[in-house]
Design a binder for this molecule. Sequence first.
Ligand SMILES: Cc1cc2nc3c(=O)[nH]c(=O)nc-3n(C[C@H](O)[C@H](O)[C@H](O)COP(=O)(O)O)c2cc1C
Length: 460
Amino acid sequence: MSTDAPTPPAVPPATPPATPSATPSGTGRDAVRAAIGVGREVQAAIYRRGVFGHRPVVPVEPEALEARARRRMSPQAWSYVDGGAGQQRTARANREAFGKHRIVPRMLVDVEHRDTSVELFGRRLPAPLLLAPIGVLEMAHRDAEHAVARAARALGLPMVLSTQGSVPMEEVAADLGDSPRWFQLYWSKDDALVDSFVARAEASGCEAIVVTLDTHVLGWRTHDLDLAYLPFARGEGIAQYTSDPRFRSLAEERAAAGPRATGPAEEPSPRPTPAAVRSLLSMARHYPGSLRENLRSPVPRAAVETFLDVFSRSSLTWADLDDLRARTRLPILLKGLQDPRDAALALEHGVDGIIVSNHGGRQVDNAIASLDALPGVVSEVDGRVPVLFDSGVRSGADVFTALALGADAVLLGRPWVYGLALGGDAGVRAVLEHVWAELDLTMALAGVATVDAITRDLLA
Ligand SMILES: Cc1cc2nc3c(=O)[nH]c(=O)nc-3n(C[C@H](O)[C@H](O)[C@H](O)COP(=O)(O)O)c2cc1C
């Protein structure tokens, strides 16, 4: 007998789909998924396409995915997405930390029917997987959040909308329909803007507010610094701001105050180098309204300067969180915690959830790997609120490992951005399906049928 039993084709061979996604669509897909599980379904679809000579457009293997995305992206976009802080030690440590834990599979457990779903904040999710908030998605694909929302909706996985989005949250909400979404907040220096963002997120159907704490200033991102590249300085990734009435009134006031207020006083206006002209054009293109009028108006440039001024408040403390609690009825999660002492404070201040994250190693070089920080936070929280995890997750086996270390769900970051760069919505969807499928198959092979059963004793 063969030692490596092939997955039998689950459904009759069909004409290969035109998109990079490996999955058949619609109710047929749901029926297949219910019968054999997402893992075998996605796996079988890929092998079946192979019969027709097609390989996945979006590579399955994480390093191949990265390499192919790198070839597709501009050097600036690649640097911004892939780059971490300083010598990249935290980014590397995030990945390497997974290698310190090994899964020990159990045998002769009935895992014929598996359930990857979990419940979070009263909503059942089909998998313990969310799309991490990622800013400036237009760098990866011009459809940006529109494409990501279509993919998230097709799979029913929650999308966490970034404050640094390329598309106003109301438009993303329309793309998402009934599919779940949360809003990630960078706490602006302007409190009225914070109020406005939170109110817009509520009106856009967001089901939670994620306050990111680890990025009140940008980390020392050596790759971006060497390219002298900051997308926001060109008006990219500030769509939540330029679509906001409070922000626009700040930008208009600044523009009305004259040229000295438009840019930093000590700097001359950009000299008319080709790069400066491109930057001004980009600012004008990114501001709402007609390009022709924006090119003549001081407001788009004032908007960029206003953003750089109000972006985030380094004086934020726990007391401010109590204020936020009074401003919204939505669950509040804190993203970026690594220290159990901060987890204890978060509980004291009544937060509803914690996301253990170090921003993918983009903030503090030589910081603790996020996975190494997870068990301490889980033990401090002791089941009182959900603990989510991100930073370094590249595969379904990684998701399994984080769940075994006590995470209730996992946020996937860079990998789906690579999928976006390679294939728009179908590319994002393919990446999510690959990770989800591997999680399902890892559960099967490790002898667990439900996410609850992924426990620490399954790790060596
Ligand atoms: C290009 C890029 C942009 C990001 N933008 C945001 C953001 O706007 N808000 C936020 O809270 N986190 C942001 N993050 C951090 C992610 O939410 C997540 O913590 C990180 O990607 C996890 O690391 P990993 O991608 O290496 O797994 C960003 C990450 C990347 C790579």
